[in-house]
Design a protein around this ligand. Structure first.
Ligand SMILES: *[C@@H]1O[C@H](CO)[C@@H](O)[C@H](O)[C@H]1NC(C)=O
Ligand SMILES: *[C@@H]1O[C@H](CO)[C@@H](O)[C@H](O)[C@H]1NC(C)=O
Ligand SMILES: *[C@@H]1O[C@H](CO)[C@@H](O)[C@H](O)[C@H]1NC(C)=O
Ligand SMILES: *[C@@H]1O[C@H](CO)[C@@H](O)[C@H](O)[C@H]1NC(C)=O
Ligand SMILES: *[C@@H]1O[C@H](CO)[C@@H](O)[C@H](O)[C@H]1NC(C)=O
Length: 319
């Protein structure tokens, strides 16, 4: 019945504009509705994490480590995972988390890009604690990408960022259903935006957003999914040292010497606060939310913003 309408190029366009106009007309009501939802959620009680069990991947450094400390301060039991490295700080992180208030911390070495290892650490966690409340799929790598570098160097980005989140989620869902638990996904603002020189990284994060937004409908309201979309945060991730030895893209100075970045402690605090409040989307620093809107509403202005990011990366490379 609709086919004829969509086949005719005039009516096909017309339906689109009528729909846009309708949205515009009801937008004041939608705005008020969004506001009510936001105000209501700010009054929601924060989840009591005392004695609950939180599994965090990629917890030996960066935001994974800091989120472990935030959960520890709230009295959660932790299972922290990181890849086995000669000078891994994972055991040290476990020690600090205990000092900060976590009753019991299990630490395990595993490679999240291997499905069997993901099954192992989820099973080991549940065997040790008897339950699982939050799964934090945090492990990620994010090399700056350049078209003149061997393309196969970037395959691990997809394996670690995307599959390294999907695998543990798959094994954890039966346990999370039992506790009405939460999944926290590390999806980066780059999953919605498309910053230059971060093409492969952004693609892996966009895949995460797509996957988890879709999964939400299968598991909610039993399991809550919180998708975290971060901008530049002051971790070793945006340091020249990290870029120099993870890809061929060599930087003269750290990225935050040119692009404003948020402090890592404040960021980890904001994420865990939002998650415990039951938020389903967490964006930090907050102004990034306006950039999302800018991309859709004013694409030309957004192009200028990306050109600024691009020229900044070039400046960091050439000095
Ligand atoms: C949180 O839960 C623990 C144990 O389940 C309980 O002892 C504590 O009083 C609770 N705290 C709050 C603020 O409800
Ligand atoms: C958390 O750890 C404490 C200390 O080992 C233990 O008593 C408690 O049962 C643990 N909670 C869960 C849910 O396993
Ligand atoms: C997310 O992954 C990136 C690398 O992809 C990492 O630098 C960061 O610490 C991770 N955690 C969060 C919460 O963003
Ligand atoms: C990274 O490489 C660039 C270019 O070779 C060099 O100038 C810079 O000092 C290096 N930075 C670090 C932290 O090693
Ligand atoms: C990166 O640099 C650090 C310190 O200079 C070094 O310990 C580490 O092995 C390097 N990593 C890689 C992948 O080369």
């Amino acid at each position: 019945m609709y086919e004829a309408c969509f086949n005719n190029s005039f009516t096909n366009e017309l339906v689109y504009y009528v729909l846009l106009l309708l949205l515009l007309l009801i937008s004041p009501f939608l705005f008020v509705w969004e506001l009510i939802v936001a105000v209501r959620s700010s009054f929601r009680r924060s989840e009591n994490m005392s004695g609950k069990v939180v599994l965090i991947t990629g917890a030996s450094s960066g935001l994974g480590e800091l989120m472990a400390y935030e959960y520890a301060k709230r009295g959660a039991n932790l299972s922290i995972i990181a890849i086995e490295e000669p000078e891994s700080r994972l055991e040290q992180v476990a020690h600090t988390a205990r000092e900060l208030g976590s009753p019991d911390v299990l630490f395990l070495f595993a490679d999240v890009s291997k499905v069997d290892e993901c099954r192992m650490f989820v099973e080991e966690t549940v065997k040790h604690f008897g339950q699982l409340d939050h799964l934090v799929c945090n492990a990620g790598i994010g090399p700056l990408y350049s078209i003149d570098i061997d393309v196969t160097k970037f395959v691990p980005s997809m394996d670690i960022n995307f599959w390294g989140s999907v695998y543990p989620t798959h094994f954890a869902i039966p346990y999370l259903r039992k506790t009405k638990g939460k999944i926290i996904v590390n999806a980066s603002a780059a999953g919605l935006l498309n910053p230059p020189k971060l093409g492969i990284y952004s693609a892996s994060k966009a895949a995460l957003i797509s996957f988890y937004e879709s999964l939400r409908y299968e598991v909610s309201p039993t399991v809550t999914i919180a998708i975290v979309k971060l901008g530049f945060i002051k971790t070793n991730f945006i340091s020249a040292k990290h870029s120099n030895n993870t890809t061929g893209v060599r930087l003269r100075r750290d990225i935050d010497t040119e692009i404003p970045a948020m402090g890592a402690d404040a960021c980890a605090k904001a994420i865990v606060y939002g998650v415990c409040k039951g938020e389903t989307s967490i964006t930090q620093p907050r102004f990034i939310k306006a950039i999302f809107l800018m991309k859709f509403l004013f694409p030309e202005l957004y192009r200028l913003y990306n050109k600024y990011i691009d020229s900044t990366f070039d400046k960091l490379r050439k000095g």
